[in-house]
Each structure stands twice: as C-alpha cells, then as structure tokens.
Write a protein that binds this ligand. Structure first.
Ligand code: HEC
Ligand code: HEC
Length: 87
C-alpha cells in the first residue's frame, strides 16, 4: 500500500472515531435521569427482585411503568437508587 493510501485510511479512521464519540455524547445528554426510589413503606425492605417490583409497577399494578420507561426492565436497582443514598 502506498503512503498516501495509508494516510487516507488513517484519516477515515479518525473521522469514524470522532463520529462515534459525538454520537455517544449526544445520547448521554439526551438520557433522562431516573427518579429515586421513595423511602416509604412500599419500598423499604424490598430486595432487588423484579417480580417484587412488578407486583406494583407491572402492567396490572397500581403504578405501572410508563410507555417511555427504558426497555431494560431488569435489575431495577442498577438504575434506581434509594432516595438520599449515594448515586
Ligand atoms: C407495594 C407496592 C410497590 C412495590 C412492591 C414497589 N413499588 Fe415503587 N412505587 C409504589 C408507589 C405507590 C409509588 C408512588 C408513590 C410513592 O410511593 O411515593 C412508587 C414509586 C416508585 C418510584 C418513583 C417514581 C417517581 O416518578 O418518582 C420508583 C423509582 C419506584 N417506585 C421503584 C420501585 C422499585 C425499583 C421497586 C422494587 C425494588 C418498587 N418500586 C417496588 C409502589 C410499589
Ligand atoms: C436502564 C435503567 C433503568 C432500569 C433498569 C429501570 N429503570 Fe425505571 N426508570 C428509568 C428512567 C430513565 C426513568 C425515567 C423515565 C422517563 O423520564 O419517562 C424511569 C422511571 C421509572 C418510574 C417512574 C414512572 C415511569 O415509568 O416513568 C418507575 C416507577 C420505575 N422507573 C420503576 C422501575 C422498576 C420497578 C424497574 C425494574 C423492573 C426499573 N424501573 C428499571 C431507568 C431505569
């Protein structure tokens, strides 16, 4: 390969990397922050069992998740922290 061909490839690679970085920044700025879990009687003493959460937040629960809720609905505590706890 010629030196010229190599530098064009290097440049294309740099441009592609830049595009990826810009995309990630835009996505992270758009991300909505998740509400804290209230420290009330409904939520204290729950272990991170999705079933347990979905008893109330599932489709037939008293506070179902909204349509905008992220699709990943496992490991609730991976995203939601208890009110007042360190992030
Ligand atoms: C016994 C029913 C019940 C269970 C079980 C339950 N929740 Fe809730 N959850 C509620 C109710 C009712 C509210 C809204 C009012 C409040 O408590 O402040 C709520 C509110 C929330 C909110 C805040 C929503 C907002 O808009 O601020 C989050 C986050 C949440 N729950 C997460 C969880 C997670 C995670 C679990 C499982 C570890 C869970 N809940 C289990 C009844 C429940
Ligand atoms: C990938 C991260 C993530 C996971 C995992 C997750 N949530 Fe959420 N949750 C969010 C975000 C972000 C919002 C705010 C959504 C919005 O702005 O509409 C939210 C909002 C909520 C709300 C407020 C009502 C609503 O739907 O907007 C409740 C209640 C809730 N989540 C409960 C849960 C429960 C229960 C689980 C586990 C089954 C869970 N979440 C798993 C990120 C997550």
């Amino acid at each position: 390969m010629t030196a010229r061909g190599k530098s064009i490839r290097t440049m294309l690679f740099a441009i592609a990397m830049l595009a990826v970085i810009v995309l990630l920044v835009v996505l992270s700025l758009k991300a909505r922050s998740e509400p804290a879990i209230p420290c009330d009687i409904d939520h204290l003493d729950l272990i991170d069992g999705v079933d347990e959460c979905m008893r109330c937040h599932g489709e037939t629960g008293i506070i179902p998740l909204s349509e905008q809720h992220p699709i990943n609905q496992k490991r609730c505590l991976g995203c939601h922290k208890y009110e007042g706890s360190e992030q």
